[in-house]
Ligand binder design. Structure first.
Ligand code: IMP
Length: 190
């Protein structure tokens, strides 16, 4: 069964392929000319909007994720605006550290919501994953992307940027969301 991912990011395609290995879904990126607006107020709303719009426009099963960083001392910001918080990763990190200042309250969560839509746009199932951590005062580590260098996971004693891909996958918000969705994906593919 063909499953279109509501993204043009080939990194996301690879990550989903890794997690869905062994399932009878063939994954593909959505066409470049599809315009999808993220107008939701929550990660789940955005994932549902994206999956549903892509499915309806293509008449295919579609899967979408929406993720971001929610910082407690900033009342959940940047949240659904994580990707739009600055011009590039460095700029977004600088803004976040500036707004946090030297407050000792540094707790934060990465959140990922994933939704699967049927070819008519109806949502078939969805799941959410959360990874708890702390925002450091400075970047640490060279790997990953986005806010990874300032997101420290106490349970692992590492930032996301210091982890191997497998380490991050095992505990990340995205890894947990996909794991939570897997049983539902399995039963739909039977
Ligand atoms: P989206 O889910 O593709 O819309 O991504 C939202 C934004 O959240 C990304 O552009 C990153 O800035 C941030 N983000 C989401 N997941 C991660 C992660 O695993 N590490 C670092 N930043 C992330």
């Amino acid at each position: 069964m063909l499953l279109v991912i509501a993204t043009q990011n080939s990194g996301k395609l690879k990550e989903f392929q890794h997690h869905l290995e062994g399932l009878p879904w063939t994954l593909d990126l959505m066409p470049q000319d599809l315009e999808i607006e993220e107008t939701g107020q929550t990660f789940l709303e955005n994932a549902c909007i994206k999956a549903s719009q892509v499915a309806k426009q293509l008449g295919q099963w579609a899967i979408a994720d929406d993720s971001g960083l929610a910082v407690d001392a900033l009342q959940g910001a940047p949240g659904v605006y994580s990707a739009r918080y600055g011009t590039d990763d460095l700029d977004r990190i600088a803004r976040l550290l500036r707004e946090l200042g030297d407050t000792p309250k540094r707790t934060a969560q990465f959140v990922c919501a994933i939704a699967l839509a049927r070819p008519d746009g109806e949502i078939a199932c969805h799941a959410e994953g959360v990874c708890a951590g702390e925002i450091l005062y400075d970047s640490q580590g060279e790997g990953g992307f986005g806010y990874d260098p300032i997101f420290y996971v106490p349970a692992a004693h590492l930032t996301f940027a210091e982890m191997t891909k497998d380490q991050k996958r095992a505990i990340s918000h995205r890894g947990k969301a996909i794991a939570a969705l897997l049983p539902q994906l399995q039963s739909l593919a039977i």
